[in-house]
Design a protein around this ligand. Structure first.
Ligand SMILES: NC(=O)c1ccc[n+]([C@@H]2O[C@H](COP(=O)([O-])OP(=O)(O)OC[C@H]3O[C@@H](n4cnc5c(N)ncnc54)[C@H](OP(=O)(O)O)[C@@H]3O)[C@@H](O)[C@H]2O)c1
Length: 325
């Protein structure tokens, strides 16, 4: 088969579409003939040599895919050759075939075509696991989403609105904020022009956000704690603003707040499978009834993965960039 390989870490040109050996489905795995994958910011880090795949994962980038099941390994129940599916991967989505634990496979959500479905597993699983399974966002609460127009952000806005929460977003500039408003965001904060702590307080009568989904990390840590409501929950999932920060713990104690950090990729198969099952139970019906939809900025052929990475690097996109085989 062919896959996007990274012979030497570097810029987008480091991605090379090359002949590689076919993967084989091990016990408990299915082999997917890939129709499409989608780009995640983590892939950019892997390309640069800053984010090695976890032990046992495919060396090729790609944390999600859609396609047809081409083979079923021993001990797999519930999936058959020919099924159209999408899947959460530990790597290897930028390829013509990928082997994946059966628990990380999902049927296509009702009404979503095979290519578009590739844009869903990573954002649906990350947002559901963090905002709902860990931070327990409840109806009527306020969620602050940093980077509302990102792949993650576009899913977080829609899911939070679907469960009856109020959503505030940050994004860089009016165009991205307008797209967030179309998806249902109630409070729009241009982080280049406005202070998000002040704006979230204004929007919540001084109370703050009950849950914050953060992709910035160190640079926003102190401000995020200030922006939290009493008993607020800060879920850190990205480190675009650095990894080390200082925090006055008295502020955390005064708010009885919680800070969590998780990465989906390195979680054990059992945990990923539980998240995938929860997404199938809670998120798929919301897609089926039209309350939540995949947001795809554009689709490019897999061989043009380098161009897709340039698009993410430049950050002009809204939602996901898909790669088709
Ligand atoms: N932990 C996990 O399991 C997990 C899983 C998936 C993704 N993630 C993380 O989630 C983040 C989003 O991923 P993605 O694939 O959806 O990436 P993406 O679409 O490329 O989005 C990145 C976003 O960051 C925004 N941004 C940059 N600086 C910002 C700032 N100072 N304040 C607010 N927003 C800012 C950009 O918006 P502007 O152009 O408006 O600046 C852009 O929309 C990444 O950090 C990724 O690593 C984590």
């Amino acid at each position: 088969m062919r896959a996007i390989t990274i012979p030497e870490p570097g810029g987008p040109e480091a991605l090379v579409w090359a002949e590689v050996p076919d993967p084989q489905p091990a016990e408990g795995e299915v082999l997917i003939e890939v129709a499409a994958s989608a780009v995640n910011r983590a892939d950019l880090l892997q390309r640069q040599g800053f984010y090695d795949p976890p032990p046992g994962a495919s060396p090729y980038p790609g944390l999600e895919c859609s396609g047809r099941i081409a083979a079923v390994g021993p001990g797999v129940h519930g999936w058959a050759v020919g099924d159209e599916v999408c899947a959460l991967l530990s790597g290897g989505g930028y390829a013509e075939k990928v082997a994946v634990p059966a628990g990380q496979v999902l049927p296509l959500p009702p009404g979503v075509d095979l290519v578009t479905a590739a844009a869903l597993p990573e954002v649906a699983c990350t947002v559901w696991s963090n905002v709902f399974m860990i931070a327990h966002l409840r109806p009527g609460e306020t969620l602050l989403v940093h980077g509302g127009a990102s792949g993650i952000g576009t899913m977080a806005i829609q899911l939070a609105k679907a469960v009856g929460a109020r959503v505030a977003v940050t994004a860089g500039g009016p165009e991205k904020l307008a797209r967030c408003a179309e998806l249902g965001a109630d409070v729009l904060i241009d982080y280049r022009e406005q202070d998000f702590v002040q704006e979230i307080r204004k929007a919540t009568e001084g109370k703050g956000a009950d849950v914050i989904l953060d992709i910035i990390g160190a640079k926003y840590l102190q401000k995020n704690v200030k922006a939290l409501a009493v008993a607020g929950r800060l879920a850190i999932i990205g480190l675009q603003g650095g990894v080390k920060a200082e925090l006055n713990l008295a502020a955390l104690i005064a708010k009885r707040a919680a800070i969590t950090g998780t990465g989906l990729r390195a979680r054990p198969i059992s945990e990923k499978s539980a998240i995938v099952a929860a997404v199938r139970e809670h998120v798929w019906p919301l897609i089926g009834n039209g309350q939540v939809r995949p947001i795809v900025d554009r689709a490019l052929p897999m061989a043009e993965a380098a161009e897709a990475h340039r698009i993410l690097d430049a950050s002009g996109h809204v939602g996901k960039v898909v790669l088709t085989v």
